[in-house]
Design a protein around this ligand. Structure first.
Ligand SMILES: [Zn+2]
Length: 510
């Protein structure tokens, strides 16, 4: 009984079966059909995109006994031997292990001999950027006056590290990372052929984890088949990859959108209970926010079969596009900070709280410091020009999203007519982003009718006066006034007295 791993078994043997590199295949097919052969090819692309696979197919295409063809027969001894990896005129070298100049020189000295079996002697040099300078020089001599019977196929993940003198003598092809839907489609075909039942969402998870590499995707599927006992289910792949159920993360974002901090923390606790990876959680959160941003900017770009399309669309409808950008940034930064956090749970929940800290209407939240607007005209402690009412100006500026939050959550440090200096508390430092400051600057210039320099500092409570604080104070004052009015209403008093009722909440009609 022999089991061949899927990645090897399903390695493409013809241009037609090479998934996702159509642009390269088309160019090579045209060249082969018109018998226009270059003597050196450079295949560039990240790992696992099929560089060496393509090199082998190309080697067959030029050595097939039926003639130079974009569709090698796959049956002649040249094709069969190349597929089996034992064709004497196909020399595969891994430059990562053969960088020494004398080895390269010996290799190239042998190049002068005509091929034993094939039409061409084909040198496939993988990770060619790893060659030493002197090895490159040795190769360059051959490239400058290439014997007719020699073809070089160079493969690299880092073409920028190859000397220009070598690059300029190669026909370069850039292989693309495989898009996830292409990987899913291919996996479906493979598993159908193999007679292995699989759930499509499971294949999507594998495609994401493979990050554009079909080889990695097939290896993961091999593992999944073993792990799941022959039925590739979403649950088994999730467990195998340790992937967080995205349901949790949608629940989180729904709670953030509703400004329901308690619900947000409850989801985080549920994740903690299941020992899910918070690092993966943040990565998945960023992925969802990316899809939400896509749905907002270009709904047609969101594929019909995108995972959880409905929930993404729902979030796109309730979240401010600038908030989505901000949350995305927070998720990314939090991943970086996770290693420094006391523990992953703390780092994760802190990131969620940060999303609240920057949100526009923090009901019952923590507007920065000091009782602010409630007492009316608190004199700014440091502002040199107290006639410049920054909170009032901030509220009047035509801004949206994070730039609006920057205006409304910042405190005045100084304003001299030409330049404005404001401060945001450390927990809001993301608002000091250059892009938001530029927007603030433009809106301020618009408002004042002249350009003004704007500096944003990070500092805790300078004077406690922010537009957000003032607005919150006004809201409370309105509530109190409304409560007082309702309490004094004769009908209400009658109800309270007659039915032993109490007034629980009062909401003013805006
Ligand atoms: Zn053949």
């Amino acid at each position: 009984m022999s089991y061949q791993v899927l990645a090897r078994k399903w390695r493409p043997r013809t241009f037609a079966t090479l998934v996702g590199q159509e642009h390269v295949v088309r160019a090579l097919t045209n060249a082969l059909e018109s018998q226009r052969l270059h003597h050196a090819y450079l295949l560039a692309g990240t790992r696992g995109v099929g560089k060496t696979t393509l090199a082998r197919i190309l080697a067959k295409a030029i050595n097939c006994e039926t003639g130079i063809t974009p569709t090698p027969c796959g049956k002649c001894s040249a094709c069969l031997e190349i597929d089996a990896g034992r064709f004497v005129d196909l020399i595969e070298v891994d430059a990562a292990t053969n960088t020494r100049v004398d080895e390269m020189r010996q290799l190239l000295e042998n190049a002068v001999y005509v091929p034993t079996r094939g039409r061409f002697k084909v040198y496939v040099i993988d990770e060619v950027h790893m060659l030493s300078n002197s090895a490159f020089n040795a190769m360059l001599k051959t490239l400058e006056e290439p014997p007719e019977h020699i073809k070089f196929i160079l493969a690299t993940t880092e073409p920028q590290k190859i000397p220009v003198t070598v690059l300029s003598r190669c026909l370069q092809f850039n292989l693309k990372q495989m898009p996830a839907p292409a990987i899913v489609a291919h996996l479906e075909r493979v598993l159908k052929e193999e007679g292995v039942p699989a759930e499509t969402p499971a294949l999507r998870l594998v495609a994401h984890a493979a990050r554009g590499s079909m080889r990695d995707a097939l290896s993961l599927i091999d593992q999944a088949i073993a792990y799941s006992g022959g039925h590739v289910t979403e649950a088994s792949v999730r467990a195998m990859l340790g992937t967080v159920d995205t349901g949790f993360l949608f629940d989180l974002l729904d709670a953030v959108a509703r400004r329901d901090a308690a619900a947000t923390l409850a989801v985080a606790d549920a994740m903690e209970t299941r020992s899910l990876s918070f690092d993966d959680g943040l990565a998945e959160l960023a992925r969802i926010l990316h899809r939400v941003a896509l749905a907002q900017a270009a709904p047609e770009a969101l594929p019909e079969d995108a995972p959880e399309r409905e929930r993404v669309t729902a979030l796109a409808g309730v979240l401010d596009p600038e908030d989505v950008q901000l949350y995305y940034q927070i998720a990314l930064n939090a991943r970086e900070d996770l290693a420094l956090a006391p523990d992953e749970y703390t780092g994760f929940t802190m990131a969620l709280m940060r999303m609240y800290a920057f949100a526009p209407e923090t009901v019952g939240g923590t507007p920065p410091a000091i009782p602010a607007g409630r007492q009316g005209n608190v004199e700014p402690t440091q502002a040199p020009d107290s006639r410049f009412d920054w909170p009032a100006v901030a509220r009047a500026l035509k801004l949206t999203g994070a730039a609006k939050q920057l205006a409304e959550r910042s405190e005045l440090v100084a304003f001299d007519g030409d330049s404005l200096e404001v401060a945001v508390p450390p927990e809001s430092r993301a608002l000091a982003d250059k892009g938001y400051v530029e927007k603030l600057k433009a809106a301020l210039a618009d408002h004042l009718g002249r350009p003004v320099r704007v500096t944003v500092r990070i500092a805790a409570a300078v004077n406690g006066r922010t537009a957000a604080g003032v607005a919150e104070g006004e809201r409370r004052a309105r509530d109190e006034q409304a409560s007082a009015q309702i309490g004094a209403d004769p009908l209400v008093r009658e109800l309270v007295a007659g039915f032993d009722a109490t007034i629980e909440s009062v909401k003013p009609v805006e």
